[in-house]
Each structure stands twice: as structure tokens, then as C-alpha cells.
Write a protein that binds this ligand. Structure first.
Ligand code: NAD
Length: 488
């Protein structure tokens, strides 16, 4: 029996004890996770420096802060999330208890990616624990130093209920042969298809957090200085290796040179004249991706940057201009510090350009005009739409984070992770009285019974309104009583 098979068996056995169901247990495990992050913070900072050349504060800002926020939120809202959720009743069920009961799914497999290796691996874990599941966590082997720190999680959480499995593609494939109750995968679409295929063998539901090319349209009328600051940050943070980074810019030819100049100023401002020696500018994760990204530049005109150093996996912040839809850089997600500008003739053409391609994870539109923003919103589809900024929708726990179509399926963050990894069980608790009401459903099915059924089933009961009416009726009765008793 393989290590992976053994690990899954052990975790399932622990789940079957029912130990993870009481909220106290989940709260304790979330606190253990919190302790793991704070006690191992320096190990993570060192690891991410080695994996991606992330600075200390960069790691704290982009990896740890959000995760801590998710744990805090889960701890404070768990009782509310896990409580039965009453629903609107029909006249037929008015005297019954009708509610949704969130229940754990069982054993969840979380497969993480390497670009924000802590956030994308441990944020789903927060919701999985909160929802009462047992979990197998598989961090990306590509960010190998961080994966090593992640192994220590086994000593913080209940070692039978949660298990971190490290390894590469063979280990992940072995895991995927096992039966899970949910698979939560973050990574590229090609592997996403393999994950879905493997899950289908057991009819296991999946969440796929994928990527793709997120477009960024800059409207002629907008403040280019501000727009370019926000876009430069969104693109070059983590050296462009961000799933929701603006992949390319669409703008009218008349503003292209101005956009290039503004981005040039921002790059200097953020990363100095020599980003290679600047602590807050990252590196490409490995030589394979370094070569892939460099090859994407072929055939395009470099307007800014273009410098690189293979020995350090360094590629300078780079802007490409007059890029054509047929060019190499427009054929796949860039996932690196290249920012192509594709000239289009206005908003309608930009929308058409976007709609001719796969549905992106995010669409960015920069414009002071609500009309422009609304048009982009109503005529396209994407995981998220953000106007006049980049990336920051990721920080709002009340917004579901996820893709649509080729950019993913399912979503997470805050309560959405909890719901995604729960079974929302429908519960109807009747008593054995009021059998007369049931006569309408027993044969023979007469027209009279059908009329009653239509009335009872199609009328929804607004309990709030009923309670208000009851209050009014009680007040009226009280008034009548007072008048009769005292004022006569
Ligand atoms: P990766 O190479 O780390 O792969 C992700 C996981 O898949 C790893 O754990 C790896 O072990 C496993 N894996 C790889 N090949 C496999 C195979 N053949 N069979 C089974 N398992 C396999 O990460 P990646 O795919 O390079 O990640 C980058 C992609 O992830 C980009 O497309 C990016 O946009 C996307 N991403 C999306 C999000 C999101 O939240 N939507 C977040 C981060 C990254």
C-alpha cells in the first residue's frame, strides 16, 4: 500500500469517529493553525525568500495577513455559519420545522500551487476545518522550501484528522487515485482537467481555482497616472506570478505611448532604476518558467525593460507595445513580468476581443465613466470585475473568489469556503398529526384536490409579515379590551 493511500485511510478513519463535528474541536484546530503560522512565521519568511525571492514584508503582506484574517473571521463567525438556516415555508409546511443544516463533506484533498504557496494552500484549509472535514493537504513541490515548512503542520493539528503529504507529480497522481469527498485544486487549467477526470471516477465534487489571461482595458478618458500606478503594482508584484495579475492591456492607439511613459515612471518609482538589486522585486520560480517567459517575448517590440539573468531567474519589469493578437505572448497566460499592450479601437472592440477568448479570472476596466464600466460588466463574463484598481477584490472575504468556465469552478474566501466544503443538507421535520392535510395528495387525484394543492404549495409564507400581522391583531384586541373595560 502506498504512503498516500495509507494517509488517506488514516484520515478517513479519524473522520468516521465523528470527532471533527463538535464546534469546539474545530475552534481548537483553527487556533492550532493560527499558532502554527505565528510560531513558524520566520521559517516561512526564509523559505519564501529562497523560493521566490519574496521580501519579509512582502510575505507578511501578501501571504500571512490575509490568512490570519480568514482564521479570525472563521473563529468569530463559525457558530453562525454552522447553525441551521431556516427557509421560507409553504402553507403545507407552515407548522413544520424546515431548515438547511450545514454538515461536513468528509475527507477533503487540497492541492496547492507555488506562486502564493501559503495563501492558496492554507486559506482553503481554514474553511475545510471550520466545516468539520478531515483534510489531506498537498503543497506544491515547485516552491520546495515552503513545502518543507508546511510539513510541520502535522505537529500542530490533530495528526489523524489532518495530514500534509509532500511530493511531486507521482505523489499527487497517487493521491488522485484515492476516493475523496471533495477536491480543492489551485493551479493551471491543464492539470485542472486531469484533477477533474480523476475526481469523476469517484463522482467527487471539485473546486478548481485556475488562471488564464485577465485583460485590463484603459479608457481614453481616465487619469492615466493613477491607472498606471495601480496596474504596474498589480502586474509586477510577485514578479507577475499572480493568478489575477492583469495579463495584458487593451487601449486605443492614441494613448499607448502615454501609458508606456506612465508605467515607466511607476517602475522606477516602485523598483528603482535597477530592479535586479532591489529587495522588493521577486524572481521567477525556476529555470523552466524563466525560459518559457523569455520565449513569449519573441516577435514583440520591447518598450520598457527586457533585461534578464538566467543564473538568478531574473526578468526585468517589461512592457511590450503594438502587440498583435497573433503574437506568441497572447497565446497563453504569461504568469511573469511581461505586460503587452494590444491597441484596440475603443470599448466595443475591447469587449469583442475579450469575448472571443476564454472567460478570464478577472477583468479590469479603468474609466471615470459609470457607463463604460457598466457596459464592460454587462457585456462580458469573468470570475470578477474590478473597476479602477487591480487585485484588491481578493482581500474582501465577503466576495466569492473564483473563476468561471476556463478560469475555474467553485469559489472560496470567508463563508464561501465554509459553504463550498459543507454539504447543505435539507431538513424537514414533521409530526404525525394533521393527517387531514395530506388527503389532497392521496389518490384519487380529483380536480378539487388539485385546486387545494395549487393553493397550498404555490403560496409562500412570509413569516415576518405574519408575525407583524399577529402583533397588529394583538394590539387591536388589547385596545378593544381597554375601551370595553375602562372607558365605558
Ligand atoms: P504547480 O506546478 O504547483 O501545480 C499545482 C499542483 O498540481 C501541484 O501541487 C502539483 O503537484 C500538481 N500537479 C502538477 N502537475 C500534475 C499532474 N500532471 N498530475 C497531477 N498533479 C499535478 O502550479 P501551476 O499549475 O504552475 O500554478 C500556476 C497556475 O495556477 C497559473 O495558471 C495560475 O493562474 C493558477 N493559480 C490560480 C489561482 C487561483 O486562485 N485561481 C491561484 C494561484 C495560481
Amino acid at each position: 500500500m502506498s504512503q498516500e493511500q495509507l494517509a488517506v485511510q488514516r484520515v478517513r478513519k479519524a473522520f468516521q469517529t465523528g470527532r471533527s463535528k463538535p464546534l469546539d474541536f474545530r475552534v481548537q484546530q483553527l487556533k492550532n493553525l493560527q499558532r502554527f503560522i505565528s510560531e513558524r512565521q520566520n521559517d516561512f519568511i526564509d523559505a519564501l525568500k529562497k523560493d521566490l525571492y519574496k521580501s519579509k514584508n512582502g510575505t507578511l503582506l501578501y501571504e500571512i495577513l490575509g490568512l490570519e484574517g480568514e482564521i479570525k473571521l472563521a473563529l468569530s463567525r463559525l457558530a453562525e455559519w454552522a447553525a441551521p438556516r431556516p427557509v421560507v415555508k409553504s402553507l403545507l409546511t407552515i407548522s413544520d420545522e424546515v431548515y438547511i443544516r450545514p454538515e461536513p463533506l468528509g475527507v477533503v484533498l487540497i492541492i496547492g500551487a507555488w506562486n502564493y504557496p501559503i495563501a492558496v494552500t492554507l486559506q482553503p484549509l481554514v474553511g475545510a476545518i471550520a466545516a468539520g472535514n478531515a483534510v489531506v493537504v498537498k503543497p506544491s513541490e515547485v516552491s520546495s522550501y515552503t513545502a518543507k515548512v508546511m510539513e510541520l503542520l502535522n505537529t500542530y493539528l490533530d495528526p489523524e484528522m489532518y495530514h500534509v503529504v509532500t511530493g511531486g507529480v507521482p505523489e499527487t497522481q497517487e493521491l488522485l487515485k484515492q476516493r475523496f469527498d471533495h477536491i480543492f485544486y489551485t493551479g493551471n487549467s491543464t492539470v485542472g482537467k486531469l484533477v477533474m477526470e480523476a475526481a469523476a471516477r469517484h463522482l467527487t465534487p471539485v473546486t478548481l481555482e485556475l488562471g488564464g489571461k485577465s485583460p485590463c482595458y484603459i479608457d481614453k478618458g481616465c487619469d492615466l497616472r493613477i491607472a498606471c500606478r495601480r496596474i504596474t503594482w498589480g502586474k509586477f508584484v510577485n514578479c507577475g506570478q499572480t493568478c489575477i495579475a492583469p495579463d495584458y492591456i487593451l487601449c486605443e492607439p492614441s494613448i499607448q505611448d502615454k501609458v508606456v511613459e506612465e508605467i515607466r515612471k511607476c517602475i522606477q518609482d516602485f523598483y528603482t532604476d535597477d530592479p535586479k538589486t532591489f529587495t522588493d522585486y521577486g524572481r521567477i520560480i525556476n529555470q523552466r518558467h524563466f525560459k518559457r517567459i523569455l520565449a513569449l517575448m519573441e516577435g514583440s517590440t520591447v518598450a520598457i525593460g527586457g533585461g534578464h539573468d538566467e543564473s538568478l531567474c531574473y526578468i526585468a519589469p517589461t512592457v511590450l507595445k503594438d502587440v498583435t493578437p497573433e503574437s506568441k505572448v497572447m497565446q497563453e497566460e504569461i504568469f511573469g513580468p511581461l505586460l503587452p499592450i494590444v491597441p484596440v479601437n475603443g470599448l466595443t472592440e475591447a469587449i469583442q476581443f475579450i469575448n472571443e477568448r476564454e472567460k478570464p479570472l478577472a477583468i479590469y476596466v479603468f474609466s471615470p465613466s459609470k457607463k463604460v464600466i457598466k457596459k464592460m460588466m454587462s457585456e462580458t463574463s469573468s470570475g470578477a470585475l474590478l473597476a479602477n484598481d487591480c487585485l484588491v477584490h481578493f482581500t474582501i472575504s465577503d466576495l466569492p473568489f473564483g473563476g468561471v468556465g476556463n478560469s475555474g469552478t467553485g469559489c472560496y474566501h470567508g463563508k464561501y469556503t465554509f459553504d463550498q466544503l459543507s454539504h447543505l443538507r435539507s431538513c424537514l421535520i414533521k409530526n404525525l398529526k394533521m393527517e387531514k392535510l395530506n388527503l389532497i395528495r392521496y389518490p384519487p387525484h380529483t380536480s378539487g384536490k388539485l385546486r387545494w394543492a395549487r393553493m397550498l404549495l404555490t403560496k409562500q409564507v412570509n413569516l415576518k409579515r405574519w408575525r407583524q400581522l399577529m402583533k397588529v391583531a394583538m394590539l387591536a384586541a388589547l385596545a378593544v379590551f381597554v375601551v370595553k373595560r375602562f372607558l365605558r
